[in-house]
Write a protein that binds this ligand. Structure first.
Ligand code: ADP
Length: 169
């Protein structure tokens, strides 16, 4: 579905992932939407210089929430997590950029908002793990998996931002 720089396909595996064009799934959780933080959260990634390739408001069905968080199925908080994610609409986003997966996790901050650094989304805007306003993929593989899970192929748009030559030499 996505265009990828041909160059990257041939990069040796030793090249740090921070040098690759990646995609990541970012989601404003229902609390972020209810609290009026959608614009603020989108803005953090937009201002940083990443490229938005998918965006929609969506009421997540239980089955999709369970698939998205399947690695956490055994956790005691799993039922509450599914209830939380399906409690209202979420804002689904696909973002693309060099090193975007790790960088987005840094912009988001650690899982517990009280421990998240000021300046991060969770550090600035949230107080509890169970209401931490935003999701970001934790690996390039999960970025791909989650975008495929939340978006259909025709919902992902490829475009060239006018600012591209002012972001990377
Ligand atoms: P992250 O979202 O930072 O990658 P995890 O993958 O560990 O964190 O957990 C996924 C989500 O599950 C968290 O963002 C949070 O909403 C919820 N969660 C994690 N741990 C807890 C917990 N101890 N209590 C309640 N909810 C939790």
């Amino acid at each position: 579905a996505k265009m990828r720089s041909k160059k990257n396909i041939f990069l040796p595996h030793l090249v740090a992932s921070m040098e690759e064009v990646q995609e990541t799934y970012i989601m404003v959780k229902p609390d972020g939407l209810q609290r009026g933080l959608v614009g603020e959260i989108i803005s953090r990634f937009e201002k940083k210089g990443f490229k938005l390739t998918g965006l929609k408001l969506f009421q997540c069905p239980k089955q999709l929430a369970e698939e998205h968080y399947k690695d956490l199925k055994a956790k005691p908080f799993f039922p509450k997590l599914i209830e939380y994610i399906t409690s209202g609409p979420v804002v689904c986003m696909a973002w693309e950029g060099v090193g975007v997966v790790a960088s987005a996790r840094k912009l988001i901050g650690v899982t517990n908002p009280l421990q998240a650094e000021p300046g991060t989304i969770r550090g600035d805007l949230a107080v509890q793990t169970g209401r931490n306003v935003v999701h970001g993929s934790d690996s390039p593989e999960n970025g791909k998996r989650e975008i495929a899970l939340w978006f259909t192929e025709d919902e992902i748009c490829q475009w060239t931002p006018a600012q591209a030559p002012w972001l990377r030499e």
